[in-house]
Write a protein that binds this ligand. Structure first.
Ligand SMILES: CC(C)(COP(=O)(O)OP(=O)(O)OC[C@H]1O[C@@H](n2cnc3c(N)ncnc32)[C@H](O)[C@@H]1OP(=O)(O)O)[C@@H](O)C(=O)NCCC(=O)NCCS
Length: 181
């Protein structure tokens, strides 16, 4: 049986060459851009790996089978869901999960759920530490199927752009802690 590692920051020793989630732009981002952007401090990618080899047996060993990418963003008060943004200033700091994918061979086994949980737990850790202010965790669903996945986690769609979904720090506090007011 293949052992899946806990999420860790993407590094040069990770083999991304076989990654295929069924969405070419998400494969290409991981294979060509994720590490450069991380080294440039523009985003951070967390990867889970498996010791499974590629179907042709040519994998290098620590094969990435799922990942997500976090970056900072600013949303305007008017674009956020009204019930979350009431009384907020015009610009609101958020953490954006900019990319998220699981290899086709590993989908439907709970890996997406566990990666997503890891992403919101890390977001909560930043909020709770007070190291940088963050009001929301947000994602841009690629399509209605992805939106349905995020809907399972009680994310709230923006009124105009309904593929952009929000989780507030209050929800994260309910899930993970009680210390931030
Ligand atoms: C979306 C994605 C990351 C989910 O990963 P996964 O490992 O298959 O998800 P899981 O097995 O952890 O599923 C978690 C739950 O979500 C459900 N789910 C999975 N995909 C779903 C979808 N498209 N719509 C609705 N529910 C979905 C599962 O049934 C499961 O429910 P359960 O816990 O009640 O059994 C994966 O399908 C993927 O990489 N898709 C292609 C890339 C993509 O669309 N990324 C999102 C970009 S915004």
């Amino acid at each position: 049986m293949n052992k899946i590692t806990p999420p860790e920051p993407l590094r040069a020793g990770h083999d991304t060459s076989h990654f295929n989630c069924g969405q070419a732009p998400l494969n290409e981002f991981l294979q060509r851009h994720a590490l450069d952007k991380q080294n440039a401090m523009l985003s951070r990618t967390y990867a889970v790996t498996s010791s499974a080899r590629g179907s042709e047996g040519i994998g290098k060993g620590v094969m990435v089978v799922g990942y997500y990418t976090l970056t900072h963003a600013i949303v305007s008060q008017t674009e956020a869901p009204k019930k979350l943004a009431r009384g907020m200033p015009s610009s609101i700091p958020v953490l954006l999960m900019a990319r998220f994918a699981v290899d086709l061979r590993f989908q439907g086994q709970g890996l997406g759920r566990s990666l997503f949980t890891d992403a919101i737990r890390r977001t909560w850790a930043v909020m709770e530490s007070g190291a940088a202010p963050l009001r929301f965790f947000i994602v841009d669903a690629k399509d209605e199927a992805a939106k349905a996945f995020y809907g399972r986690f009680d994310m709230i769609p923006a009124p105009e752009n309904t593929l952009r979904l929000y989780l507030s720090y209050k929800t994260l506090r309910q899930l993970f802690g009680e210390t931030v007011t």
